[in-house]
Design a protein around this ligand. Structure first.
Ligand code: ZN
Length: 200
């Protein structure tokens, strides 16, 4: 998906069309793709919510909306810090950006729910994952203030998926070994081919 976007930009340059000021101001970062080893790192807690953190959050939203995706963990743009951005608003609805700094699951419900999940780091692959239906998550906001949210539905799934990223866990770790091996192999092969192509 990212390469397609880069490809479009290249075409624009060839066509000598100036990018709009809006696009120029955006800081869309490269998203790490499976099997990038950094996706397996455990991210470090944010000690202080400062200007650097806020800039990273801005970049994360730009990257997430550009992809497009509904959730992103900082490690997916190569920053091993415990920061998550989420926006569950539908295409035709107003944006609802949510930031979770140092998010931590406090409680998880016994009842489970199955959702189809996808991941910007594993493009175009979707699989059903079973997780607790409800979770309580504590976190800091962009002012460093403490909050707690009781999440259900899509927010519960999304928060668990993104918090997994902060611990180096991917959603494919929750599916059968057979399916995981198959998708891991496919992405390893694609990365090898891409590396070969780049070396030429
Ligand atoms: Zn993901």
């Amino acid at each position: 998906m990212l390469s397609a976007i880069l490809g479009q930009n290249k075409e624009r340059t060839i066509d000598r069309v100036k990018p709009s000021p809006y696009i120029a101001a955006m800081a869309v970062r490269d998203i790490l793709i499976l099997p990038d080893k950094r996706l397996r790192l455990t991210s470090k807690p944010v000690a202080k919510v400062d200007a650097g953190v806020r800039k990273l959050v801005d970049d994360m939203f730009d990257t997430m909306y550009d992809a497009p995706g509904i959730g992103l963990a900082a490690i997916q743009v190569g920053e091993p810090r415990r920061i998550v951005t989420i926006d569950l608003a539908k295409k035709d609805e107003a944006k609802e950006p949510q930031v979770f700094i140092n998010p931590e699951i406090v409680t998880a419900s016994d009842d489970k729910k199955v959702h189809e999940e996808g991941c910007l780091s594993i493009p175009e692959y979707y699989e059903e994952v079973e997780r607790p239906a409800a979770v309580t998550v504590k976190y800091l906001d962009l002012d460093g203030k403490k909050h707690e949210v009781e999440a259900t539905g899509l927010l519960a799934t999304c928060l668990q998926h993104e918090i997994d990223h902060l611990n180096g866990v991917l959603f494919i770790d929750h599916i059968s070994k057979l399916k995981r091996d198959r998708v891991t192999k496919k992405f390893a092969k694609a990365a090898k081919l891409a590396a070969k192509g780049a070396a030429k």
